[in-house]
Ligand binder design. Structure first.
Ligand code: SIN
Length: 318
């Protein structure tokens, strides 16, 4: 993201916006701004500082159009294509439709084993440069159900013992688009992954490029194995880290209303889309933009490396 706010900005009381935390470690509601209008540079700086501190921030009653969503997002960085693998809204290449029955959900044909961390992810960590942040806009919201949850991966890292932190600080993991173990998927999905799939080796502990904080960079839906460990060792370590990362006290749960916006730092959080919406008839429609991200760097200063696919660049009209 551009116009970097430093960790020191986080201590300055905001004057253009209000910031009301909603849990101890993660999530704050932002008030006092109309996102349909261009923001002052001070408001942009304060929103950015709130994002870095609280990891996910929520805005109510904004009711933005696609164009206003794009204009708001662009004040925080360059935008990617809607989704590098699953496409975009026709006429709006930088917007991804989070529809209840979107393609990404239809590809999974069954057999999923539910674990405490199932479905949790940071966006597109299979890419060499996963998006820095995502901005999700609620349009059709079910009368009940359909909440989204986020977890703070910096708090999760800090919550590990010093000994385990020391052990994982130098480790790296392989992230890829691949159906979860034991999950069935369609031939169409497997073909899509052959042509557009991505895979990268990232550090298990990422140093945040703006705050310098260390985040437990374990995105359960994408992270498949730990480099240099035997398969059983890798599986057991990842189960332990994932279970820890989604511990209730690191998380926040957001009850959507139409017109709301959730803006999260994709470098220091994972999130969980709701699965309860498939148990009622009500529709659910949200739209998402993502900001171009950089290549993660580990505690040892070593950047990630790409195993498959291209970096996700700023979208440029052809
Ligand atoms: C997402 O994973 O970006 C969507 C979250 C949601 O549907 O609540």
């Amino acid at each position: 993201m551009s116009n970097t706010a430093t960790i020191h900005d986080l201590e300055t009381a905001p004057t253009e916006i209000t910031v009301d935390p909603v849990s101890i470690h993660i999530g704050a509601e932002i008030g006092g701004v109309d996102l349909a209008k261009p923001l002052s540079s001070k408001a942009v700086m304060e929103i950015r500082a709130a994002l870095l501190k609280w990891k996910v921030i929520f805005f109510h009653d904004q009711n933005l159009s696609h164009e206003q969503h794009l204009d708001f997002s662009r004040q925080f960085g360059e935008l990617t294509i809607g989704h590098a693998v699953f496409g975009n809204v026709e006429e709006h290449p930088e917007i991804y439709s989070i529809a209840k029955h979107r393609k990404a959900n239809r590809y999974k044909t069954g057999g999923k084993m539910e674990r405490p961390w199932t479905g949790w992810h940071a966006d597109i960590t299979a890419a060499i440069n996963p998006p820095a942040a995502s901005i999700l806009r609620g349009v059709n919201i079910p009368p009940y159900g359909g909440d989204t949850q986020w977890t703070n991966l910096v708090a999760a890292y800090n919550g590990l013992s010093e000994t385990l932190r020391g052990f994982i600080d130098g480790l790296r993991g392989v992230h890829r688009f691949e159906p979860a173990q034991g999950t069935e998927s369609s031939e169409e999905y497997r073909e899509l992954l052959r042509t557009k799939g991505q895979a990268s080796e990232h550090p298990l502990v990422r140093v945040h490029p703006e705050t310098g904080e260390r985040a437990l960079y374990v995105s359960p839906s994408f992270l498949k194995s730990v480099v240099g460990l035997a398969p059983r060792e890798s599986e057991q370590l990842l189960h332990l880290l994932w279970e820890h990362a989604v511990r209730q006290d690191f998380t926040v749960r957001f009850r959507w209303k139409a017109g709301d916006i959730a803006f999260w730092d994709n470098r220091s959080t994972c999130h969980l889309a709701p699965s309860d919406i498939f148990q009622i008839d009500a529709d659910r429609q949200l739209y998402r933009t993502t900001l171009v991200g950089d290549v993660p760097v580990g505690v040892d200063g070593k950047p990630s490396n790409s195993l498959q696919g291209e970096p996700i660049l700023a979208y440029a009209a052809e």
